[in-house]
Design a protein around this ligand. Structure first.
Ligand code: GLU
Length: 276
């Protein structure tokens, strides 16, 4: 039984992260469960080694102590591969050889290309390749990622729901994000696979995170069901915005916890800045 804070060590923590960490921490204390720290570091091209320690330092300064040893997703590729192999063996994913350019051209040429919450979705081009064609291209060394066959997956699971503490019971739309990439061509896994595998392994009972990830939860719930994992309860909380109403990003150094600390603010003052 636990909650978790799962930052990517690609930059300093800012007020938005402090809010997310405090949210998970408070819930863990309230429910008397563990508060775990997980470094989502699979995107090794963007990770910088110094940020692991910086993040731990900031959390400690804020008084948000975690239980146990922090998990690093870069230590977990074997588990992610295992989950992918399972999905491959059940034909729930397919290899996609399309370049970004080819996808854009295909979408432009289509009347009524499928739309997701953040723009057009992958139009499904490689889904129609036969197993033989796909295997031939893989053997020839053609770069490829692996995509979820969302409609097939949805058929196999039947109607699903997830429980969000703010929104109540939400019906899962398996195709909301379309045939999303589950294994990237460069790193052979993805946020979606890693988060679902680790939430199950770490026995996360309450997933708390920003409401920008609400659409991803549809995919996560589907993957949990396909892989036989338990269903956590979700809490998608608000995002901290800057003075212009724009969501904070890693580049917002003035709002970083380190800068605020160096400016002489106390942890209590920082917490006050993000109080509800
Ligand atoms: N690593 C994600 C972030 O920093 C959190 C993902 C999650 O909580 O599922 O926004």
């Amino acid at each position: 039984m636990s909650t978790r804070f799962a930052p990517s060590p690609t930059g300093l923590l800012h007020l938005g992260h402090a809010y997310a960490a405090k949210f998970a921490y408070d819930l863990a204390k309230e429910e008397e469960v563990d508060f775990l720290l997980r470094f989502e570091d699979i995107d090794t091209t963007r990770v910088r080694p110094e940020y692991y320690l910086e993040i731990e330092k900031d959390l400690t300064w804020l008084g948000l102590d975690w239980d146990g040893t922090p998990l690093r997703q870069t230590d977990r590729f074997t588990a992610y591969n295992r989950a992918m192999e399972e999905l491959k063996s059940r034909q729930l994913v397919y290899p996609c050889f399309c370049t970004r350019r080819e996808i854009q051209d295909e979408i432009a040429a289509m009347a009524g290309a499928p739309q997701g919450p953040e723009g057009p979705l992958y139009p499904g081009t490689c889904c129609s390749l036969t197993n033989g064609q796909a295997e031939e291209r893989i053997s020839a060394g053609e770069p490829h990622c692996w995509r979820l066959n969302a409609s097939e997956a949805g058929k196999q699971t039947g109607q699903l729901t997830f429980c969000d503490r703010i929104r109540g019971v939400v019906e899962v739309d398996p195709t909301l994000l379309g045939d999303v990439i589950l294994a990237r061509r460069d790193i052979a896994t993805s946020y979606h696979i890693a988060v679902v595998v680790d939430d199950a392994m770490q026995q996360i009972t309450d997933v708390t995170r920003g409401e920008d990830l609400l659409a991803s939860t549809h995919v996560h719930r589907l993957l949990q069901e396909l892989l036989g994992y338990p269903e956590p309860v979700y809490h998608h909380h608000r995002l901290i915005l800057d003075a212009n109403g724009v969501r904070l990003a890693k580049r917002d150094d003035p709002m970083s916890i380190r800068t605020l600390r160096e400016l002489g603010h106390s942890p209590e003052e920082v917490m006050e800045m993000i109080s509800d």
